[in-house]
Design a binder for this molecule. Structure first.
Ligand code: FAD
Length: 474
């Protein structure tokens, strides 16, 4: 007799409950809007980050009219560029690198933005156990042949080429190795020497060793691996200003971009979509033939305004997420050309516990360091800021760095939650992603973004270009 899956029953019940009681998502009353507040477009895009902006620009190039709704005052999502008033220089501390592939080159060329090879300029690397402010020598960390481990990892990646171009179009059954925890996977294939490197490059995923290998492979993809192996391959903007892409995209989109705007209601039927937004110029109604959702598809992010049906709610309600922050600290007390990496020599592969800091990085500009922070569970921004400043002060004291003028302060701080969206191994085995892919095009609605490919802008644009947009255009 088949066992009853109570979790599934609960989720379905919850989905039906939500579907029935959510008050703000009934039919949109068009009579409430004057003609001047009604915008008619082919596609309404929710979210003007990496995937939403790319889709908007490409759909316009393909002859479609668009409306992009972005809650922040700028486009760009996880792109954070710091402009230093002291030196007049800028640097990126959110999204930094892009793969050297056709969609990336075409996108930047379109806006006349020059790309250049990414050069790591972090200065001397130090290692410390941040939990007790103890500096350790690099030789005290787990040793091993990193190059051999990376090459071995590359051979594993070659088994799953579809992971890097086709979103989550997974075979059935899903290969067992992809369902192993990443810790078990690297032990199985004797890849222990790459664990700390993976931790430093694949940030923001919560507990790296506990995540299913599927998610880590999609993020720690061949392009990133080649970059680590060869020390080159990534591109960045020549001016160290990735935000320029989004300023130019905003200018090109003109009155089709609604920034500082919130979606309050979306209703869909088989013919069209109605989106009500609250903008700086009042409420507007967008009538569109299609909807493209380019925000992280957590149930909690969408249920307040989207007329979810039971299938959508039951799928999106299964997502868990990790937490990730980036920041720039002025006057940290860490010397300008020094970077400090967090390690725990007593832990497996020396990976430090999270919540915690990944690294404090030299920016090449005087008095400024980047600090990256991750957590597997929710904590407040105040807690993160306090932990960062306390930890830095203890490290500076322990190192005996010379005093600096001024006190440590944040000049950049961004909360990137919800970051990596994952579901349980049981759900993956049970065909979660086949059902999720089944949402594409259903109810005039399409979906893009990190959850549909990987936390990698180049991969997202490539997938959007070749897998999604042709279907939308058809
Ligand atoms: C610190 C950091 C560094 C990274 N570095 C790199 C890197 O070097 N290279 C790389 O390729 N990738 C990098 N990534 C990952 C990559 O940038 C992301 O995966 C990518 O931005 C995801 O694109 P997206 O469109 O799914 O989401 P986002 O870019 O986050 O876009 C979502 C947008 O939707 C908006 N939004 C959310 N809710 C609503 C709402 N209700 N209404 C309207 N708008 C809404 C958000 O404000 C945001 O602008 C990095 C990520 C982080 C956090």
């Amino acid at each position: 007799m088949a066992a009853i899956d109570f979790r599934h029953c609960f989720l379905s019940f919850f989905a039906l409950f939500l579907f029935t009681i959510t008050p703000a998502v009934g039919n949109v009353n068009e009579a409430e809007f004057s003609e001047s507040d009604i915008i008619t477009r082919d596609v309404c895009i929710i979210g003007g980050g990496s995937s939403g902006t790319y889709s908007a620009i490409r759909l316009q190039q393909m002859g479609k009219s668009v409306a992009v709704v972005e809650k922040e005052s700028v486009l760009g999502g996880h792109v954070n560029t710091y402009f230093d008033p002291v030196t007049g220089e800028s640097f990126d501390y959110g999204v930094i690198s892009f793969d050297n592939i056709t969609v990336v080159r075409n996108y930047f060329d379109h806006f006349g933005i020059k790309l250049a090879p990414l050069v790591y300029n972090a200065g001397p690397q130090q290692y410390a156990d941040f939990a007790n402010a103890t500096f350790v020598s690099a030789s005290a960390l787990p040793q091993g042949n990193l190059t051999a481990a990376l090459i071995g990892y590359g051979k594993q990646l070659e088994k799953y080429p579809y992971l890097f171009t086709k979103g989550y179009d997974l075979p059935s059954p899903v290969p067992a190795d992809l369902l192993l925890s990443y810790g078990d996977f690297i032990n199985k294939y004797n890849l222990q020497a790459l664990a700390y490197t993976a931790f430093t490059f694949i940030q923001g995923v919560g507990n790296l060793l506990a995540q299913p290998t599927l998610y880590i492979m999609k993020y720690f993809a061949p392009a990133t691996l080649n970059n680590i192996l060869t020390g080159s391959g990534f591109l960045t903007t020549a001016n160290h200003d990735n935000h320029e892409l989004y300023e130019k995209a905003l200018a090109e989109l003109g009155s089709s971009a609604f920034i500082s705007s919130n979606v309050t209601q979306i209703s869909r039927n088989n013919d069209s979509v109605r989106v009500v937004i609250s903008t700086t110029e009042g409420r507007k109604l967008i009538r569109a033939s299609q909807l493209l959702i380019a925000i992280q598809p957590k149930l909690s992010s969408l249920s307040g305004f989207l007329d979810l049906d039971a299938e959508e709610a039951s799928l999106l309600g299964q997502f868990n997420n990790s937490y990730y922050w980036d920041s720039v600290v002025r006057n940290s007390g860490v010397p300008d050309n020094t970077s400090i990496n967090n390690v725990d020599p007593a832990a497996p592969f020396a990976l430090p516990p999270l919540p915690g800091i990944y690294s404090i990085g030299s920016t090449g500009l005087p008095g400024l360091h980047t600090v990256y922070y991750g957590s597997p569970y929710a904590i407040s921004n105040e807690e993160v800021k306090s932990d960062i400043l306390t930890t830095i002060a203890e490290l500076v004291k322990a190192a005996g760095y010379p005093p600096v003028n001024g006190t440590a302060e944040f000049v950049g701080f961004n909360d990137h939650r919800p970051f990596e969206l994952t579901v349980s191994v049981d759900a993956i085995k049970a065909g979660f992603y086949a059902r999720l892919n089944g949402l594409q095009g259903r109810r005039k609605t399409w979906w893009t973004g990190a959850t549909w490919q990987a936390h990698d802008s180049s991969q997202i644009w490539n997938w959007t270009e070749y897998q999604l947009l042709p279907k939308m255009a058809a």
